[in-house]
Structure formats: structure tokens, C-alpha cells
Design a protein around this ligand. Structure first.
Ligand code: NAD
Length: 408
């Protein structure tokens, strides 16, 4: 899916053959076996990956996913999208991604710590503040980033906070990082609703996935005055046309860990959530949930891709042909996360820390600029918004590679 998107974008901007494959192929990848002693004394070997797609414009950057369905192909696709995303918003980074094939819900806290530390141990010579800087993604969080930072620091013999982002504040994490991706999604939704002349206070929102990104998007959009009519996690979805009390849902989640049986609305399936009538649909879970089967059935006005790759290429074509849904493509929509990760890295390297207002102000300024350049590219070449965003990202990476020349 990521490769087909690249081919289409490269064709659209006539990317010369000499630079095409160099820009497309991941630079390198590491596959590791991770043996962990379990609580019951047995040993399980997990499989992990790290793919660095582009290292031409700075260290590579991207999250680490802990999920039972991780594959090396998925990690490579996510790394590729990170390259275009970083380039689109103007960060001095290439793209990377990592993952372990594991369901973190099946591990005890200490098994999770051992697995996280063992993975970082295997990555010690592959990552670093000026090589590759990991961050959280699906199934990972601040605590895990803290363990990884500690493992790396122990190895190099000094405190090295800039090796990962998304850390706890006490270890050099940035103010505003936890909410950054969701706050960025909500900000862009508000800006695009303004373009559509729909008051945010009249907007209804359905959100698939209520983890870091989904829940923070819900909080920020509810603060803007939007009505959140549906939320979900892997155990199912909840619908309430009168609006879901997000604080109550968060409190429920803190104790129950999952949304199953949350009584803030009627229980529906994740598939039904995607087809609800609403102003804004926000997929914020995993990739490929909007497919040729349901693309014709969507009933939203704005599709805000908080997740990476939620829309298959066929579904994307169907939505484009329908013409009644505006799409904020993933590389733009969820870029707030990596922007504030960049701020965290900068603060770590300078040992000078910013307050939350400064972080969010700088974030929104970058998102405004990225939105503007995407809209300009879209108008100028009559591209879809996704093609506009991807071509901008790809073009800049290709230009950097061309300027550097080919070694040796
Ligand atoms: P997370 O692990 O915090 O949350 C994931 C959520 O999705 C959970 O609520 C989980 O229950 C739900 N989920 C999992 N499988 C599901 C399914 N089959 N159906 C419905 N819900 C399901 O992960 P996250 O960090 O919030 O990431 C979500 C998405 O956002 C991913 O696509 C990720 O790549 C993307 N993203 C994350 C960040 C970040 O800063 N964390 C930044 C950019 C993009």
C-alpha cells in the first residue's frame, strides 16, 4: 500500500528514475530475537524489528509498536510514511519505525519491562540521538520509553535523554508530548471545519480507537465544543447521539482498562462506528479499516486520519470519486506527534525546557504552515489532498538525496 502510494506520487511529479528507487527503498533494517524469562520461569523468544527508511536529512525518527500482528512489511511501510511526514512538516529527520510481535496485554509489568529493555539492548548500536530516535506507537507508552532511555543510558555510561522521545517529564519528556498527536488532529479538524464553514460547536465526531491518540483527540475536540458521539477500542464501540461524557469514559478506562461494558451509550461494533452519520470520522487505531467494503457507506463530511494508513488505496479512490468527503491524510493529520517529539529532542540536546503553552503554540504554527503548503500544492496541480501531501514530502526527500550525491 505504501509502495503503490509512492509510485503514484512519483509518477505525478515525474520523479527521475535515477532518484526513484533511492527514495523509495528503506535504507536498512534490523531483525532481532528477544528471549524473555517469564514470571513462571519459562522462556519465550519474541521477534522484533527496526526499519530506518531514510537517513539523508538527519537522524531517522519513528515509533515502536507492540502488537501481535506486527510484521516487517508493516514496520517498513510505517517507516516510509514517517519519511514523508517529517519532510512534509519540515523536520530535520528521516523516517523509521520499530515493532515487536507481542500482545502487551498478555505480559506482566515486569515481563513488559524486560522485553522493552532487551529490545533497546539489541538496538544500542543501531539507534542514538544523531542516528535514530524512537518514540511510542500502538501498545507502547511513556513508561516504556523511560525504560528504553535508562537501558541506553546505562550502556553508554551517561544520561542520554535524546535517544527516545515520549518519555516521562521527570526523564526529560516534553510538556505537551502526551497530548501532541491528538491535539494536532483536533486543531487541524477545527481548521478544516472552518474552511467548510461548519461551526465546530455543531460538529458531531466518531472516533475509532481510544488510546493515546484517540482519547487526546476526543478531549481536545470536546474542549473546542464538538460533540463526541462514538468512541471505541479493540473490545467494541459505544454510541450516544446526545454526546459521550469523555471524562467519564477516561475514568472508566483507568479502572477497567478497556471500554467493554462502559454505560455511557449503546454498545455497537467497530464496523458500525465507521458508518455512523457524523460530521467528522476519526480512525485512530490501526491501518486498513476503511476498505472497498465500507468506503461507499461512510456518512461523514470530514475524514481525519489520526491513525497511519487507515484507508486502503481502493477505498481512497472510492472516496475521491464520491467527492462529498474531505480527507485530512495521515501524513498531515497525525504529524503533531512527531513535531512535539522533535521539540522534546531539541530540549534534551539543549538542556533547556519550554512550557506547555510555548510547545502548543509552536506546534500549531507548524501545522498551519504544513496545511497551507498542502492546500497550495492541491490547488496548483489539481491533486487530491493525499497526493498533494505525499508529493511534497517525497519531493523534498528526493531533492536532499540528489543534492548529497551518491557515495562512493
Ligand atoms: P494506543 O496503543 O495508545 O491506542 C490504540 C487504540 O486502538 C486502543 O484504544 C486500542 O484498543 C484500539 N484498537 C486496537 N485494535 C483495534 C481494532 N481492531 N479496532 C478498534 N480499535 C482498536 O496507540 P496510539 O499511540 O494511540 O496509536 C493509534 C494510531 O495513531 C496508530 O495508527 C499510530 O501509528 C498512530 N500514531 C500515533 C502517534 C503517537 O504519538 N502515539 C503519532 C502518530 C500516529
Amino acid at each position: 500500500m505504501a509502495c503503490r502510494q509512492f509510485d503514484k506520487a512519483a509518477d505525478a511529479i515525474n520523479l527521475p528514475d535515477a532518484i526513484r528507487d533511492r527514495t523509495k527503498y528503506p535504507r536498512r533494517c534490523l531483525a532481532v530475537a528477544l528471549p524473555i524469562k517469564r514470571q513462571d520461569g519459562s522462556v519465550t523468544v519474541f521477534e522484533g524489528y527496526r526499519v530506518q527508511h531514510n537517513l539523508s536529512t538527519g537522524p531517522s525518527k519513528g515509533g515502536i509498536r507492540f502488537h501481535q500482528n506486527v510484521t516487517i512489511g508493516e514496520v517498513a511501510a510505517l517507516a516510509m510514511w514517517m519519511s514523508w511526514k517529517c519532510s512534509l512538516v519540515g523536520l530535520p529527520y528521516g523516517g523509521a519505525k520499530g515493532g515487536i510481535i507481542v500482545d502487551p496485554n498478555q505480559l506482566t509489568e515486569s515481563e513488559l519491562e524486560h522485553l522493552s529493555r532487551r529490545y533497546m539492548q539489541e538496538l544500542v548500536n543501531f539507534v542514538g540521538p544523531h542516528t535514530d530516535v524512537p518514540a511510542p506507537d500502538v501498545g507502547t507508552n511513556e513508561k516504556i520509553m523511560g525504560w528504553m532511555m535508562d537501558t541506553y543510558s546505562n550502556h553508554v555510561g551517561h544520561v542520554e535523554p535524546a535517544v527516545v522521545t515520549g518519555k516521562p517529564i521527570a526523564l526529560g519528556g516534553s510538556q505537551g508530548r502526551r497530548e501532541a498527536t491528538g491535539a494536532g488532529v483536533a486543531y487541524l479538524v477545527k481548521r478544516y471545519l472552518e474552511d467548510l464553514k461548519i461551526p465546530v460547536t455543531e460538529a458531531t465526531v466518531a472516533i475509532q480507537g481510544f488510546g493515546n491518540v484517540g482519547s487526546e483527540t476526543a478531549i481536545a475536540l470536546a474542549r473546542y465544543g464538538a460533540k463526541i458521539v462514538a468512541i471505541s477500542d479493540y473490545t467494541g464501540a459505544v454510541h450516544n447521539a446526545g454526546g459521550i461524557n469523555i471524562e467519564k469514559a477516561l475514568a472508566y478506562l483507568r479502572y477497567q482498562k478497556v471500554l467493554r461494558d462502559f454505560d455511557g451509550g449503546e454498545a455497537i461494533s467497530n464496523e458500525q462506528l465507521l458508518e455512523l452519520p457524523c460530521t467528522v470520522l476519526v480512525p485512530a487505531a490501526l491501518e486498513r479499516v476503511i476498505t472497498e467494503q465500507n468506503a461507499t457507506k461512510l456518512r461523514c463530511r470530514l475524514l481525519a486520519e489520526a491513525a497511519n494508513g487507515p484507508t486502503t488505496n481502493t477505498a481512497d479512490r472510492i472516496i475521491e470519486e464520491r467527492g462529498d468527503i474531505e480527507v485530512i491524510p495521515d501524513v498531515l493529520c497525525n504529524s503533531g506527534g512527531v513535531v512535539v517529539s522533535y521539540f522534546e529532542w531539541l530540549q534534551n540536546l539543549q538542556n533547556y525546557y519550554w512550557d506547555r503553552d510555548e510547545v502548543l503554540k509552536k506546534l500549531f504554527a507548524i501545522l498551519d504552515k504544513a496545511k497551507e503548503s498542502v492546500e497550495y500544492q492541491k490547488r496548483k496541480f489539481k491533486f487530491s489532498r493525499r497526493l498533494a501531501a505525499l508529493t511534497l514530502g517525497i519531493q523534498r526527500v528526493a531533492e536532499a538525496k540528489q543534492s548529497r550525491g551518491l557515495f562512493p
